[in-house]
Design a protein around this ligand. Structure first.
Ligand SMILES: O=C(CO)[C@@H](O)[C@H](O)COP(=O)(O)O
Length: 226
């Protein structure tokens, strides 16, 4: 399997009042990406950040900003997020059934990497056309909790989706998000996930660097077994 591990602390669990220093702290601890949860209070019952915050953070870091759009109208965010310096733009398949081709094209034109996310209740088959397309997404985010809040319990039953994706697409970036940490990483990594988002388990740890390193090791070890 040729996909590298990417450990992405979810900045939703950070102290938003000190976002730049929290980001630096995570990168110093060994994070590969910074996961940025953008919520509109409509697609999910929570409201977080948008392009102005991404733009402010971009002034302080060159890191890959992995933006997860939990919004009803992702197309409206492409231009502002591209301008703000987002790196990845992952939209939800549930709200993009009509316009995903246009959306992927626009995301790439703005210099971002397109990804598609799916909620726990959405069958994995719904993302296949977006991967098989001539202009495909480059990452699939399998949500392992209902999107909206940090600190929820990992749903192991989502691993069947990860396994199906990995069998079909050996070199695809497959991200998991929600309830990941030392007690759940092996299940996710052995199913084939290589991009790991973790909020409370990293920010709440006495030694976040140890948690990041343990999760990377698990992804690498499980890949060696394949
Ligand atoms: O997108 C979300 C929640 O919607 C996540 O990124 C959470 O922020 C992950 O937090 P933990 O479950 O790891 O605490």
């Amino acid at each position: 399997m040729g996909v590298t591990p990417k450990i992405a602390p979810s900045m939703l669990s950070s102290d938003f009042a000190n976002l730049a220093s929290e980001a630096k702290r995570m990168l110093d601890f060994g994070a590969d990406w910074l996961h940025m949860d953008i919520m509109d209070g409509h697609f999910v019952p929570n409201l977080t950040i948008g392009a102005p915050v991404i733009e402010s953070l971009r002034k302080h870091t060159k890191a890959y900003l992995d933006c997860h759009l939990m919004v009803t109208n992702p197309i409206d965010y492409v231009e502002p997020l591209g301008k703000a310096g987002a790196s990845g733009f992952t939209f939800h398949v549930e709200v993009s059934k009509e316009n995903w081709q246009e959306l992927i094209q626009k995301i790439k034109l703005k210099g971002m990497r397109p990804g598609v996310a799916l909620k726990p209740g959405t069958p994995i088959e719904e993302v296949y056309p977006l991967i098989n397309s001539e202009n495909p997404v480059e990452m699939v985010l399998v949500m392992t909790v209902e999107p909206g809040f940090g600190g929820q319990k990992f749903m192991p039953e989502m691993m069947e989706k990860v396994r199906m994706l990995r069998n079909k697409y050996p070199s695809l970036d497959i991200e998991v998000d929600g309830g990941l940490g030392p007690s759940t990483i092996d299940v996710a990594a052995s199913a084939g996930a290589n991009c790991i988002v973790a909020g409370s388990s990293v920010f709440g740890a006495p030694e976040p660097a140890a948690v990041i390193s343990l999760m990377r090791k698990s992804v690498l070890e499980n890949q060696e077994k394949c």
